[in-house]
Design a protein around this ligand. Structure first.
Ligand SMILES: C[S@@+](CC[C@H](N)C(=O)[O-])C[C@H]1O[C@@H](n2cnc3c(N)ncnc32)[C@H](O)[C@@H]1O
Length: 241
């Protein structure tokens, strides 16, 4: 059934993405094995290189309540839990049921099931009360959202963040060279149908429109390993009331 966000945008794109991931990651092809390998928590820091500096730059404290939107296999949550040792259960959310099952399994396998709650849901309809989180992270997710849906996701992030709470996101960015750009988009659309890549200026404008303040560019630069795509990211703050 088609549903609408408050702004009237159809959810279809997110549901298509969920199906894409469910199908792609379940395949028994060389390509699917390759992506499964890189998504596993032990490899998190290779693709999510900016994560290393997060605990310091976000001044993460054990008492912080953290949410990861589009948490995939839960690698970033596991990494941050190890670094910070949160006293409250972390929350992870993903639209793909396969990802949710795998993330829960990754926590269980490490004896960390009490440390995180992984929910199945959409970035534009977060199943949490207002002002729940000190910090929200979302990595390599927003390319799956059109500008309208990204606006809806940011409105939800704003709602569930506490005043003064921080949002940190990063994503692949467009390349200036049109040939390289087309190649990168094809690469990013290997198993999924959407790849909305945004420049620093475009992402900044969308974050500001959503009401985020104190924007600090973060996580720019290249991946350590193939594919060497440009990246864009920000740390942003929900204004204190
Ligand atoms: C490229 S993966 C990144 C996973 C993880 N954040 C990481 O950095 O390893 C994108 C993830 O976002 C999830 N996702 C995409 N669109 C979403 C949406 N609208 N709501 C919730 N999850 C979404 C996908 O299912 C997938 O697990």
């Amino acid at each position: 059934m088609k549903k609408r966000t408050s702004s009237g945008t159809l959810y279809d794109e997110q549901i298509a993405t969920a199906h894409d991931y469910d199908r792609w990651f379940a395949q028994d092809t060389l390509g699917a094995r390759w992506v499964r390998f890189w998504f596993a928590p032990n490899q998190t820091l290779f693709l999510n290189t900016p994560a290393r500096r997060l605990p310091r730059l976000l001044s993460l404290k054990p008492t912080d309540k953290l949410l990861d939107i589009g948490c995939g296999y839960g690698g970033l949550l596991i990494y941050l839990h190890r670094k910070v040792g949160f006293s409250q259960a972390m929350e992870g959310l993903d639209c793909s049921s396969l990802m949710v099952a795998r993330a829960r399994e990754e926590f269980r396998a490490r004896g960390l099931e009490a440390c995180a709650r992984i929910s199945h849901g959409l970035a534009t309809r977060l199943p949490y009360p207002d002002a729940t989180f000190d910090v929200i992270v979302s990595t390599y997710v927003i390319k799956h959202l059109s500008d309208d849906l990204l606006g809806d996701m940011l409105a939800e992030a704003m709602r569930v963040l506490k005043p003064g709470g921080r949002l940190c996101l990063w994503e692949a960015a467009p390349s200036r060279n049109p040939y390289l750009h087309n190649f990168n988009v094809k690469l990013l659309k290997m198993g999924v149908s959407s790849a909305h890549l945004r420049t620093v200026g475009q992402l900044r404008a969308i974050l500001e429109l959503a009401g985020f303040r104190d924007l600090k560019p973060y996580g720019h630069g290249l991946y350590y390993y193939y594919p060497p795509l440009p990246r864009v990211g920000f740390i942003a703050v929900r204004p204190p009331v």
